[in-house]
Design a protein around this ligand. Sequence first.
Ligand SMILES: [Zn+2]
Length: 269
Amino acid sequence: MPELPEVETTVAGLRQVLDGARLTLVETRRADLRFPFPVDLRQRLTGATVTGLGRRAKYGLIETDRGDTMIFHLGMSGRWRIDPGEIGKHDHLIVETPTHRLALHDPRRFGFVHLVESAALASYRHFAGLGPEPLSDDFTPAYLAQALDNRIAPIKAMLLDQRIVAGLGNIYVCEALNIAGIAPTREAGRIGKARLVRLVEAIKAVLRAAILAGGSTLRDYARPDGELGYFAKDWRVYGREGEICPCGGVVQRRIDSGRSTFHCRSCQT
Ligand SMILES: [Zn+2]
């Protein structure tokens, strides 16, 4: 499942082929993914020139010279394919420039595409109320201390709450809590300042390392059927139940509301 670093890497790959390019063809091959494609997507994007690409939380942003921003979310299984050899049945949106063809590929169709006026981006319904970006200067131990003040929910649930911090998913929260030595069940409002400093550092570090790993795969993007945004990772605890934590303890898995938490009782308290 794509998380923030995968989206960041996807945007970096798309930037190489889309930034400054004119969109010569925009074609939807079905009416909807998780939500319907905007009915005027083709009309508003065909002939437009891409003026910039970006990311907010787990959303990719493609901005055009017509004052529109196309927002894409990769859902569970979405990915962009650059210059695919052929278009398959899971390629639901085709975008062409004079030099490239791109396909948004999403077998499970939990992703979606929206189109909003760039000037109104901040009030887009999925962005309103989002917390700060974890890699931004706004995400500090002081901010987190204030956001968690008096909260009795477990720290893991708080970090997954997009109003507290935007774009963190299960994998990176498990990893960051392990690095910071904090139990996922720890009451959020009772974590001391020094531990919050370690936690904020750990969150930024795991995300940066994953983005760096994704960036190193960019050179493969030009190959036929190149797929953006997925890369092998080496986790400390995620998906490693029964294996040895870097501290020498054993990684355990617990399930809360259907979601797996991987953690180590020896070093996370
Ligand atoms: Zn451990």
